[in-house]
Every structure is written in structure tokens, then in C-alpha cells.
Design a protein around this ligand. Sequence first.
Ligand code: MG
Ligand code: MG
Length: 236
Amino acid sequence: MRAAGQIVAAILDLLKGRIKPGVTTAELDRLAEEECLRRQAKPAFKGYGGFPFAICSSPNERVVHGFPDKKPLREGDILSIDFGVIFQGFYGDSAITVPVGEIAPETEQLLTATRESLEKAIEKAIPGGRLSDISHAVQSWVEPRGFSVVREFVGHGIGRQLHEAPQIPNYGEPNQGPKLKAGMVLAIEPMINAGVPGVRILDDGWTAVTQDGRLSAHFEHTVAITDHGPEILTRL
Ligand code: MG
Ligand code: MG
């Protein structure tokens, strides 16, 4: 899982470096697929439940599961990329939200709060804790900052399957649910909205957008719980 996680991290880092005004998400998708091939990994999402692409690309008000397309990114946009691979039988899964050129200060605040909420959640991925400590860490970080937690999508266990038990909501009271143990691997992924928490699905059957059309951010890491604390497998 370390090897799979490092491939995900390296490819996401490469994609991040390409993001600028004028670039299309279709180009990023093609690059992700080529890089998988070069590393003898397979894109985890392509074909998953019929999803047709290597990356999920979700600009601006799109929350998750967006389709790459040929529309050029514009200065001031934000772009969430969710990406996973399978390598030698194991999955890695990670997501980042990246500014396109200069973004507004309040947009930067959304990205910062979402990234920080993931860090706070990861700190709770320790033996002896309970699953909902992770959930609570996200909610209690972003809501006081004026942002809202998407309810319809959640983090998940990961291993030989992309989505394994347990589901990991990004909200809830602490000290509930399964006890966390060394050896568990979790994909923790806050999806945070600037406005209302509600989402709707576009006619493509996949793309989730915010109900109010305001921005949404998404960060994810695959995290192993060890006796020495959390190990982030999808960090370079
Ligand atoms: Mg993901
Ligand atoms: Mg995931």
C-alpha cells in the first residue's frame, strides 16, 4: 500500500504542477493515464461503476466525481482532482484542490480550512481512538470558520478494494463507532462547501455540484494507522 500510495502522490504532484490558466482537465486526465502506464499501475477509477476517466476533475462548484473535459481552466478557478491507482493488488486514493493562478482571499480560506481539517482528522487516526473522532475533527475545524460539511459523500477503508468498510463521515460526535487499531488503512477525505452543505447530481449521473452554486474543496489522503501514529501513504 505504501508503493501504491507513493505512485498516487507522485502523479498528483505532477498534475498539480501542470495546472494553470488555459490547461484543460482532459489533458490532465491523459497525463495521469500515461503516468500510470509508465509505472505499471492502473488508474483505480476508470471503469469503477462505469466511471469513464482516470481522474475525477471537479472545478469550482463541482464537489466530486466530475468528468474531465476540453474547457480551459481560467485564472481564479479552483480545481479538485481525485485520483487513485491499483498497484500489485493494492489501492491508493488521494485528492487535492489547487488554485488556478491567483484566487480570491476567501477562496484561499476555503482551501486552507479544508486542508487543515484533513490534517486534524489524520491526527485522530491512532490506535485506541474511535472512528468518529476523525469525523468530528473535520466538522469541528471547518464549521467555526464558516464552511459546511458535505453529508452525501464520505471517506472509507481501503486496501485490496478501493472502497472498504468502514464509511467515514466528515461530521458527527466524537468517541463513536469502531475502535481504531494498528494495521487499519483509511481514506480520509473532507469535502467542504463555502455555502450550504447540500449537493445535487448533474445529468451525467456522476458530477456532484453544490446546491447553491458556491465553491467546494476536497482533500484526501490514504492513511495507515500504526503503533507509531498515522502514516500518510499518499504524501511524497
Ligand atoms: Mg479519492
Ligand atoms: Mg476516496
